[in-house]
Write a protein that binds this ligand. Structure first.
Ligand SMILES: [Zn+2]
Length: 128
């Protein structure tokens, strides 16, 4: 009986030590990572430890607000833009993913994009 208790006690000590060690290590790595400027190691999606703040800012430019000017979005003037099929106000002039749901943007004509927006209650500049 005494031996079992001793065994459990040492087991708990080992577990506690590992947890503390793990925690210390993670904190240390995080701190290291935040200090260094380049975040090349964070390319993989799905990680909860994201540092792509600047990238997110650029991406969120795709989320259009207020009266949407599709002609202004179509910078290369090919009459087509890329629009998210779930978030209609996410529109880009080039291929990409929706910053909200990560779905691939679908290539549509300006007219289609405009119709989609109006159908879904968005304001669109009426000059197409
Ligand atoms: Zn979306």
């Amino acid at each position: 009986m005494k031996n079992t208790r001793k065994y459990i006690a040492s087991l708990i000590t080992i577990i506690l030590t590992s947890v503390v060690l793990l925690f210390t290590q993670t904190t240390y790595l995080d701190a290291q990572c935040c200090r260094s400027g380049g975040h090349s190691g964070h390319g993989g999606g799905g990680s909860s430890h994201e540092h792509n703040k600047a990238k997110d800012d650029i991406k969120s430019e795709l989320i259009r607000e207020g009266e949407i000017d599709l002609k202004a979005i179509d910078v290369n003037e090919d009459g087509k833009v890329f629009q998210d099929q779930m978030h209609w106000n996410v529109i880009s002039d080039s291929k990409g993913d929706c910053p909200i749901c990560n779905m691939e943007l679908k290539e549509v004509t300006l007219k289609m994009a405009k119709d989609n927006l109006i159908k879904n209650g968005f304001e669109v500049k009426q000059d197409i």
